[in-house]
Every structure is written in C-alpha cells, then in structure tokens.
Design a protein around this ligand. Structure first.
Ligand SMILES: CC(C)(COP(=O)(O)OP(=O)(O)OC[C@H]1O[C@@H](n2cnc3c(N)ncnc32)[C@H](O)[C@@H]1OP(=O)(O)O)[C@@H](O)C(=O)NCCC(=O)NCCS
Length: 223
C-alpha cells in the first residue's frame, strides 16, 4: 500500500465507535488472550476524555489502528510504581492495536513515533510499558523506539510481562562487548535471572530465536 495516503490524527470521544470496531476486529485466539489484555470501552473513553492521548492511523477515512499513552498516575495500573529512581517525566504506553487486515506494515511503530513527538512537547522524556515475552511484533516495535526489557514479572493480576523502559531520544548502542549476550526465547528463567542481575533486553534475533541482552547503561532507570 502507498504510505503517502496514510494519515495520523489524534482521536477524540466522537470516534469511539470506530475505535471499538477496530479493537473488536482482533481475532480471538488463545495467543491473543495470553499476550494482550484488550482495553474495555470505558477505559478507552476515559483515555479519550483526558487521561491520555490516543492517535489513530487512517487510510482514506478508515481507521486502521490506534495507540495511546497515558499519564501514569491516571492509568489503571501505574507502571512507574515499580520504578524507584528517575521516575519523573515518564509517560506510559498503554496499548496499541492494528486491525488484522493491516498488520505487517509497521504501523504501530509509526503511531509511536507520533506519540513520542507529542510526549516530548509535553516534557516527557521516557516511556514505560509492558509486553508479553512472546508478543514479538510488539516487542520488536518497543525495541525500535529504544525501549529495553528491564524486568520479567506478573502484572495486572497474573499476566507474565516484560517491563519495558527507554528514553525517547536515547540512541541504541550497537557495538558488541563482553557485557552482551543472547539467550533462547524458551529460557525465561535464565532471562529473569539476568534481568535481576542488571541486564536488559534490547532486541531479539528471530532467526536464532534468542533475546539479546546487555548491561544497563547509565541512562536507564532503576527498579
Ligand atoms: C502489536 C501490533 C499492534 C503490531 O502491529 P504492526 O505494527 O502491524 O506490527 P508488524 O507486523 O509490522 O511487526 C513489527 C515488527 O515486528 C517484527 N515481527 C513481527 N512478527 C515477528 C515474529 N514472529 N518474530 C520476530 N519479529 C516479528 C516485524 O518484522 C516488524 O519488524 P521490522 O519493522 O523490523 O520489520 C499488532 O500485532 C496487534 O494489533 N496485535 C494485537 C494487540 C497487541 O498485542 N498489542 C500490543 C500490546 S500494546
């Protein structure tokens, strides 16, 4: 599809029906249930009425997907409560959905770029979120906006998630050093141990089915 016809716009409460339709277009599966907690309509309305900002991607007048950031103190679960240091100026990525027909084009990444621009204008300089370890499109997108996984825990009751954090303009370190290592997707126990030892996950290698880890740098928040 020609990306010149795409349009990114802030969504408002008048567009709730299209937003709900987009959410409900996600195909129910055990994978979706395990990796994603669908936002209920009340919460979407609450965000649209001022708890955060929601941006949609449109093709002509069709809403293809949306993503939202919320002020952590107004979120259902304030993820900054798990952070002890450097927690000011953090905005929370709450959820991103691309309708199945339009997935595979990197639209979530584009939405987050727009949300990041808005966040910087509002003096936020870091993002916090959670991602299921097997939600690779979401994880890969989080890495692309310079988030790293800094912890693996149960959130929202009993949902296994990486806690993701990153400065909005922080450039990735690409050089290799002895402090870099990779671990198989399946080794969640080993990964959790390294996260507890001060490592963070900064990317994945889909071919090798491994997570790539490095030691924290000084720009990273501490739990
Ligand atoms: C998460 C979601 C919004 C991403 O949609 P999208 O923007 O179309 O994502 P894409 O399919 O373009 O994938 C993004 C990246 O992940 C990569 N990716 C996708 N599947 C992958 C896999 N199985 N393994 C490794 N990488 C994968 C893509 O190659 C792409 O990377 P690239 O930009 O380097 O090419 C969409 O999958 C969705 O709506 N899922 C259901 C709701 C959800 O889980 N939301 C996320 C939690 S907030």
């Amino acid at each position: 599809m020609n990306t010149y016809n795409l349009c990114f716009k802030q969504l408002n409460i008048q567009q709730i029906d299209a937003i709900v339709q987009c959410r409900d277009s996600l195909i129910e599966s055990s994978f979706l249930r395990e990796t994603f907690v669908k936002p209920d309509t009340d919460y979407l309305e609450y965000i649209l009425l001022g708890a955060g900002i929601m941006i949609g991607v449109f093709y002509d007048n069709t809403l293809l997907g949306f993503a939202s950031y919320v002020t952590p103190s107004k979120a259902k679960t304030d993820l900054t409560k798990f952070i002890t240091k450097n927690k000011n100026n953090i905005i929370q990525f709450e959820h991103g959905i691309i309708a199945p027909k339009w997935q595979g084009n990197g639209y979530l990444y584009m939405l987050l770029q727009h949300l990041n621009k808005y966040s910087l204008e509002q003096n936020y300089n870091a993002i916090i979120s959670t991602v299921h370890p097997s939600n690779f499109p979401s994880l890969k997108t989080a890495f692309k906006i310079h988030q790293s996984a800094i912890n693996l825990e149960f959130y929202y009751g009993n949902e296994l998630r990486f806690l993701m954090y990153g400065n909005i303009l922080h450039d990735k370190i690409t050089t290799q050093s002895p402090d870099y290592l990779s671990l198989p997707y399946a080794d969640l126990k080993g990964i959790s141990d390294f996260l507890n030892k001060g490592y963070e996950i900064y990317d994945i290698n889909p071919k090798m089915r491994t997570y790539l880890l490095r030691r924290y740098n000084e720009n990273t928040c501490k739990l």
